[in-house]
Ligand binder design. Structure first.
Ligand code: SF4
Length: 481
């Protein structure tokens, strides 16, 4: 199969360019040419999304576009006419899994010669991945990047009709594209993008290269989306950005994220969450708004990554452990009853035992409710990948185990404090194994499994907590609102 000659190879150097140019907000860029309108009639798509919430939200846009083209969804790839993997580039092993999956699914082409394979998301923004796909995964027909989602109708048409491999990945700062279709996967909880990209350039992270520069949506566009979600019966929204604290800087929105958060709170939606907050930009105004509104959930994800100042410095995190702790303590004092989660990397290049001990000390001080712990994974093209990865794997693994002993201990201790209490749970639905056991989340983002009868998904239920585990609570429903 020929490769479509109009493709652009992703280029991490080009992606790193950051200008002060005003980002354009495109409200009518998405359109479906008439010849493309019905290309999905009688065809099914299988979409699999990996990685973070931003990618999940992109998955909803991709599904929305495919369904406008009349494709029908399927969860069985054996009956699909289009298999699309929406990928994540944050860790090497996640990438290996995707490539393994692509190889594994290849046999389906023999059964259905018209089956199309596509790859999109952050992996598509990496030069080495696209190079590998071109050379070794010749059955992949379509590759498009995070800046090219709105072009899906045309790219798909090209791949289907020309029988040429179609690869379109722009390495660019990016724009804000409004009015894309969306198929919400949830019925009562929804993601709302408030901004895209990241300008922090933490030395280990590929995101600023794969997702472009920080660019915000306009306040009114976000509020309009929230109002539609309220009208459609959604109870909880999560405001999404790689670093929500930077919201509005590019548009000179006075008050930035604190202003936006307050405006969203005033819409009256029952539950508001936000992620992710970089400790560097967390303003006092934001803390005051979180503390002021009952519908902003008292749960804060505040990635620390390391407790050692010298590690934080070479990670490019731009705060010290002391600054982190000052912010953490302030949040704890002002946002009553808040729960905290964090991300931690162990085994970063040059990390000594002493520096690792600093991380354990910080964890024991903060007593996080939940921690996402990772072994450092070098990403090609980032500054950290050029550093010598000199911590042996067995040491990294020991440190991870040691760290998890501490994080799991505090998760359990925090959960124990809920025993005997009554909490409000937004119900996700009955358990797959037992229809009389339901699950949902408290305002503090605690997963609760509880018994009850005839309880509807999307309702908020009072649940008495009977048992505490490290990662969930068990209880019984006592009242439905
Ligand atoms: S803040 Fe740092 S870790 Fe987070 S997306 Fe940006 S560069 Fe990556």
């Amino acid at each position: 199969m020929k490769v479509n000659q109009k493709w652009n190879m992703p280029d991490l150097k080009a992606a790193k360019q950051r200008t002060k140019k005003q980002v354009t907000i495109e409200k009518s860029l998405f359109n479906i040419p008439s010849e493309v309108k019905n290309i999905g009639v009688g065809r099914k798509y299988y979409l699999r999304t990996y990685g973070c919430q931003a990618n999940e939200r992109d998955g909803e846009t991709i599904a929305g576009i495919l369904e406008e083209l009349q494709f029908e969804p399927t969860t069985n790839y054996e009956e699909a006419d289009l298999i699309l993997l929406n990928t994540c580039a944050v860790r090497k092993n996640a990438e290996d899994k995707v490539l393994g999956e692509l190889g594994h699914l290849k046999y389906l082409r023999q059964k259905n010669p018209d089956l199309l394979f596509g790859l999109c998301g952050c992996m598509a923004q990496e030069e080495d991945v696209v190079d590998t796909i071109i050379k070794k995964y010749k059955h992949v027909d379509l590759v498009f990047g995070t800046h090219n989602i709105h072009r899906l109708p045309v790219l798909l048409y090209q791949a289907m009709m020309s029988k040429e491999r179609t690869i379109e990945v722009f390495s660019k700062e990016g724009e804000v594209i409004e009015n894309l279709p969306v198929k919400r996967f949830g019925t009562h909880k929804a993601w709302v993008n408030i901004m895209y990209g990241c300008d922090k350039f933490c030395t280990y992270c590929i995101v600023p290269y794969t997702r472009g520069k920080e660019r915000s949506r306009q306040v009114e566009d976000i509020l309009d989306e929230v109002k539609v979600l309220i009208k459609d019966g959604f109870k909880e929204i999560t405001l999404l950005g790689q670093n929500v604290n930077s919201y509005g800087k590019d548009l000179q929105v006075e008050g930035g994220f604190a202003y936006l958060l307050e405006e969203v709170a005033k819409t009256g939606i029952e539950r508001i969450r936000f992620t992710t907050s970089h400790p560097w930009d967390f303003s006092d105004e934001m803390i005051d708004v979180i503390a002021k509104y009952d519908n902003i959930m008292p749960f804060i994800h505040l990635p620390v990554q390391s407790g050692s100042d010298s590690m934080l410095k070479i990670m490019g995190r731009r705060y010290t452990s002391e600054q982190y702790l000052t912010l953490f303590n302030k949040l704890k004092e002002k946002v009553k009853g808040a729960a905290f989660s964090t991300d931690i990397i162990v085994g970063f290049p040059n990390e000594t035992d002493e520096q690792f001990q600093d991380t354990l000390k910080l964890v024991d001080h903060c007593k996080f409710d939940n921690s996402f712990t990772f072994i450092y994974s070098p990403r090609v093209g980032t500054p950290a990948a050029a550093m010598e990865d000199n911590v042996p794997m067995d040491v990294k693994e020991q440190r991870l185990q040691e760290l998890m002993k501490h994080t799991n201990h505090w998760a359990k201790v925090n959960n124990e404090s809920y025993k005997g209490k009554i909490v409000k749970v937004l119900v996700d639905g009955p358990s797959k194994k037992n229809k009389d056991v339901y699950s949902g989340y408290t305002p503090q983002n605690k997963l609760v499994n509880f018994t009850g009868e005839n309880i509807q998904s999307g309702t908020i239920v009072d649940v008495e907590i009977i048992e505490a585990k490290s990662f969930s609570l068990d209880g019984k429903a006592i009242k439905v609102d």
